[in-house]
Write a protein that binds this ligand. Structure first.
Ligand code: ADP
Length: 804
C-alpha cells in the first residue's frame, strides 16, 4: 500500500508534513552527534600522538644501544602514532559526512516545500469550484424566487385583464419574461458549474492527488536511501575493527614479540666488557679533628662517659641484628633443602602464582641464593661493627670512662680556693680505713674532683655509684683528667693493670711509690695526693639529732659535729635522687662557701664521703621566717618588723655586691634567730651572675614573688631580687599572710601587668609601704638598689628609735 491510495485524507496529508519535520529534526540530531564524534576522535588522535611522543622520549644514549626492548618500544610508539593518524583521518572523513547531512536536509526541506505547494495548488482548484457551485446555487435560488414572484404577478394581471392586453400587462409580462430568462441562464450556469466541479473533483481524487502522493513517496524513499548511505559511511569511519587498525595491532604484537631476554644484553655486554672494578676507598677526613687534638681520633671510636651507654646500646642492637641474620639464613637453608617454607614469605614465591611455573621456580631459586648472599653480607658487615665496638670498650679496660666534656674549660670558682692543704706533704699509710684517708674524697662529684686536680700527677681517690653499684675510682691529672676504676679480682684483691693488693690503700701506695703508670695506655703517674679541703667534712663527724624541716632534696636536721661539739643544721640529699639532682643539691653549698655575712646563713661544710651527701650549715634557731611570723603575729612590734626588713636588706646588699642573684627571696627562705635577726637562706636557685637568662622553661617559678621582666622574658638581675624583697617586706608586715591571697598565680600575674599592686598591710609605716611600691616599679631600673633600701630602712629605724 503506497502513499497514493493510503494517504489521501487531509489528516494523512498533515501527518506527512509533521513526519517530515520530525525527520528533519532527527537528521539535525544525527549531524550534531557525528560532529561531536569527529571532534572526540580528533582529540583522541591528538592525545594518542602525545602518548607516542612521550613514549619516544626515551634514553637514546649509548647504554641502550642494541636493546631489543628499547627498539620494540620505539616501534610500538611509532605504531601508536600511525593509529593516531588513522584516527585523525577518520575524524576528518566524519566531518565530510556531516556536510552530506547538511545537503540532504536542505534537499529534504525543499522537497517538503514543493509537496506542500503542489498539494495546495490542486486542492485550491477543487475548492474554488466547490465555492462556485455554492455561489451559483444561491444565485439560482435568488433568481428562482424573483421569477416565481413575477410569474404570479403576471398570472394575476393576465387573468384580471379583460383584453389580455394593456400597458401594465405588457410591463408585467416583460418583467416576467426577463426573470424567466435570467432563471434559465442561472440554471444553465449552475448545471455547468456542477458538471465542471464533478470533473475536477474526479480528477483530483483519481489523478492529481494520487500522482502527487506517489511522487512524494518516491522522493522520500530516495532521501532515506541517501540517509542510510551517509550513516553507513559514518559507521565505517568509526570501525575499530577495520583492516587498517588490525594491521597496526598486528605490527605492535610483532614488535613486542621481538623482545628476547637472552639477546637483550648481548650488544651491551660486548660494548662495556671490562675487568672487575677496583675497590672504593673510604677514609676518615683528618681535617675534621684538626682543632680538637687528643679527644677524637681518626677511625677510632671514642669511648667516654658521654658515649659509653650509647655504644653499649648500639652493641646490643648490632648483636641482635647479627643473630637475626643468622636465623634467617638458617631458615632459608632449611627451606631450600626441602624443609618447611620460610615464614615471612619474602623469599619463596609459589609457582602457581605465575603463569610460567618453570620460569618461576628458576627465579625463585635464583632469588633465594641472592637473598642468602645478601644476608651473609649483612651478617658480616654487622659483625665487623660488633667487633669494633667490643674492642673499643675492652680497650678502656679498668679506666673509668673519660669525661666527654672539656673539664679545663670550666670557669666557675671551686672549692680549692679556700683549701689549705694542697701543699701539704702527705704520707700514705695503710692502717686506717679508706674513708679516713685524707686523699679519699668520698662521693665528691666528678666536676668538683677535676677542679681539685690541677697539675700532672695530682691524684685523689673517690667513690662513684654506677648502676646502683659502688666503684672506687682513682682520678689523676695527666694530660687532662683520667679516671681509673679499681678492679676487684676473684680473690677480693684490688688492682689496675699491675699486681693485685689486699687493700685499695696498698694499691694506691704501690702506684705512688713505684712511679709506674696506672695503665700503659694512659701513662698516668701518681705524684701528689690531693687531700680533702676543710669543706669536705667526714660524714661520720655528723650526728643527726632531730628533723627540723623538709627541703626540696631531703630532710633538714638539727645535728652536732663530733669534733667541735658544734650544733649545726644539716640538709640531706635523698640517696635515690639521680646524679644530676645531687649536683644541683651541692650547688647551694658551692655558692654559700664564698659568703660570710651575719645576714647570710653560713656554710660549715659538705659531707660527700659517703651517702647520703649533706650540707652542714650554722643552726639558726628560730627556723623559717614565715613560720616565725605566723606563730608570733601578736607579739611582733613595728620596730622588730622594720629590723627584720633591715637585716634582709643588709644580707641582700652583700649578695648584690657579690653579683649573686638569689631568685627565690621570700619569707619561707629566710631564717630567723632568737634575736629576731634575719638571715637569707636557701640558695638552691641562686646564680652568681649580673644578669641571668632562663631558657629552659620556668616550671617551678615562685610567680607571686617574681618580677614581671623575669616572668615575661626570663631576665634576672639583682633588681628582680628587689621586687621579691618588696614582697618579703609585705609578708613581714602582714605577719605571714599569703601575697595576692584569693588570686591564682596567673590572675596575680595578669593584674600586676595591668598595674595592680597589693594594698598596704595593716599598721605598716607609710614610708615602708612607699618603699614596697618603689620595689614593685614595673620598670626595673626605677627600683632602688639594696644599698639604697638599706639606707632608707636604717634611717627610718633610727628616726623611730630617736622618737622614743
Ligand atoms: P630546700 O632549700 O631544700 O627547700 P630549705 O632551705 O627551705 O630547704 O629548708 C627547709 C626547712 O629547714 C626550712 O624551712 C627551715 O625550717 C629548716 N632549715 C633550713 N636551714 C636551716 C638552718 N640553717 N637552721 C635552721 N633551720 C633550717
Amino acid at each position: 500500500m503506497g502513499f497514493s491510495s493510503a494517504l489521501q485524507s487531509r489528516a494523512a496529508h498533515e501527518a506527512l508534513i509533521v513526519r517530515q519535520d520530525a525527520e528533519l529534526r532527527l537528521m539535525e540530531t544525527m549531524k550534531r552527534s557525528i560532529q561531536m564524534k569527529a571532534k572526540c576522535d580528533k582529540e583522541y588522535a591528538i592525545s594518542l600522538t602525545a602518548v607516542a611522543q612521550q613514549g619516544l622520549k626515551i634514553d637514546r644514549a649509548d647504554e641502550m644501544q642494541g636493546s631489543l626492548i628499547s627498539k620494540s618500544w620505539r616501534s610500538y610508539m611509532d605504531e601508536l602514532d600511525h593509529q593516531a593518524k588513522q584516527f585523525k583521518f577518520n575524524a576528518e572523513q566524519l566531518e565530510v559526512v556531516c556536510d552530506k547531512f547538511t545537503h540532504l536536509s536542505q534537499d529534504k526541506r525543499k522537497a517538503r516545500k514543493a509537496y506542500q505547494e503542489e498539494h495546495a495548488k490542486i486542492a485550491a482548484r477543487l475548492n474554488h469550484l466547490t465555492d462556485e457551485v455554492v455561489r451559483k446555487k444561491s444565485e439560482y435560488q435568488k433568481h428562482l424566487e424573483g421569477y416565481k414572484a413575477l410569474r404570479t404577478r403576471f398570472e394575476e394581471n393576465y387573468i384580471k385583464a379583460p383584453s389580455r392586453s394593456g400597458r401594465k400587462l405588457d410591463d408585467v409580462r416583460d418583467k416576467y419574461q426577463k426573470a424567466c430568462r435570467k432563471l434559465h441562464l442561472t440554471h444553465n450556469e449552475y448545471v455547468l458549474s456542477i458538471t465542471e466541479a464533478i470533473e475536477v473533483e474526479k480528477d483530483f481524487r483519481n489523478v492529481l492527488l494520487p500522482g502527487l502522493l506517489e511522487h512524494q513517496q518516491s522522493v522520500q524513499e530516495s532521501f532515506i536511501l541517501l540517509w542510510r548511505n551517509i550513516l553507513q559511511e559514518a559507521a565505517q569511519y568509526g570501525d575499530l575493527t577495520a583492516d587498517k587498525y588490525k594491521e597496526i595491532q598486528k605490527r605492535i604484537d610483532t614488535v613486542i614479540g621481538n623482545i628476547n631476554p637472552t639477546e637483550e644484553y648481548g650488544e651491551f655486554t660486548e660494548k662495556y666488557k671490562t675487568s672487575p672494578t677496583t675497590p672504593l676507598l673510604f677514609q676518615f677526613d683528618e681535617t675534621l679533628i684538626q682543632d680538637i687534638p687528643g679527644k677524637l681520633q681518626s677511625s677510632t671510636l671514642t669511648v667516654d662517659n658521654l658515649t659509653v651507654d650509647w655504644l653499649r646500646n648500639r652493641l646490643q642492637e648490632l648483636e641482635g641484628a647479627v643473630r637475626d641474620c643468622q636465623e634467617k639464613q638458617l631458615k632459608m637453608i632449611e627451606h631450600v633443602n626441602g624443609g618447611s617454607p620460610v615464614a615471612n614469605g619474602s623469599i619463596i614465591s609459589n609457582g602457581s602464582n605465575t603463569s610460567n611455573g618453570i620460569q618461576s621456580n628458576k627465579d625463585s631459586l635464583c632469588r633465594q641464593s641472592k637473598d642468602l648472599n645478601a644476608l651473609r653480607c649483612q651478617e658480616k658487615q654487622k659483625q665487623k661493627l660488633v667487633d669494633m665496638i667490643k674492642c673499643a670498650l675492652n680497650e678502656v679496660g679498668c679506666e673509668e670512662l673519660p669525661s666527654g666534656c672539656d673539664d679545663d674549660l670550666t670557669l666557675e670558682q671551686n672549692f680549692i680556693e679556700n683549701g689549705y692543704n694542697n701543699e701539704q706533704q702527705i704520707s700514705l699509710s695503710t692502717n686506717r680505713p679508706l674513708y679516713e684517708e685524707e686523699w679519699f674524697h668520698g662521693v665528691l662529684p666528678r666536676e668538683e674532683v677535676v677542679r681539685l686536680l690541677n697539675n700532672d700527677g695530682d691524684f685523689l681517690v673517690r667513690e662513684t655509684i654506677r648502676n646502683e653499684e659502688s666503684q672506687i675510682v682513682l682520678s689523676v691529672c695527666w694530660n687532662g683528667h683520667k679516671h681509673f676504676i679499681v678492679q676487684t679480682t676473684g680473690e677480693g684483691n684490688f688492682r689496675f693493670e699491675g699486681p693485685p693488693f689486699a687493700s685499695i690503700q696498698e694499691l694506691i701506695m704501690h702506684q705512688y711509690h713505684s712511679e709506674l703508670p696506672v695503665t700503659v695506655k694512659s701513662g698516668a703517674i701518681l705524684r701528689r695526693p690531693v687531700c680533702r679541703e676543710r669543706w669536705e667534712l667526714s660524714n661520720d663527724d655528723v650526728v643527726l639529732l632531730e628533723r627540723i624541716g623538709r627541703g626540696n632534696f631531703g630532710d633538714v636536721y638539727k645535728a652536732k659535729l663530733k669534733s667541735t661539739k658544734l650544733d649545726v643544721a644539716v640538709k640531706t640529699c635523698r640517696m635515690t635522687l639521680p646524679d644530676e639532682q645531687k649536683r644541683k643539691f651541692l650547688q647551694e653549698g658551692r655558692i654559700l662557701k664564698q659568703y660570710d655575712h651575719p645576714n647570710i646563713v653560713k656554710l660549715i661544710g659538705i659531707c660527700v664521703q659517703k651517702q647520703p651527701i649533706m650540707i652542714v650549715m650554722e643552726l639558726v634557731l628560730g627556723g623559717s621566717l614565715l613560720t616565725y611570723l605566723r606563730k608570733n603575729s601578736n607579739g611582733l612590734t613595728t620596730r622588730q618588723q622594720m629590723g627584720m626588713c633591715r637585716d634582709a636588706a643588709a644580707g641582700m646588699r652583700y649578695l648584690e655586691s657579690k653579683n649573686c642573684i638569689h631568685r627565690d627571696l621570700a619569707a619561707r627562705n629566710c631564717l630567723v634567730d632568737l634575736e629576731h635577726s634575719v638571715k637569707i637562706s636557701d640558695f638552691g636557685m641562686s646564680r652568681e651572675e649580673e644578669e641571668y637568662i632562663v631558657s629552659d622553661g620556668m616550671k617551678q617559678i615562685p610567680v607571686k614573688w617574681t618580677a614581671p621582666e623575669a616572668l615575661n622574658f626570663g631576665k634576672y638581675t639583682s633588681l628582680c631580687d628587689v621586687w621579691s624583697y618588696g614582697i618579703l617586706m609585705w609578708e613581714i608586715f602582714s605577719k605571714g599572710d599569703t601575697p595576692y591571697s584569693g588570686m591564682t598565680n596567673s590572675r596575680a600575674r595578669e593584674r600586676i601587668d595591668t598595674g595592680y599592686r597589693m594594698p598596704t598591710p595593716k599598721s605598716t609605716p607609710e614610708e615602708m609601704y612607699r618603699l614596697m611600691l618603689q620595689c614593685w616599679a614595673a620598670d626595673a631600673e626605677s627600683r632602688p638598689h639594696f644599698d639604697e633600701i638599706y639606707n632608707v630602712v636604717d634611717a627610718l629605724i633610727l628616726r623611730l628609735d630617736n622618737s622614743h
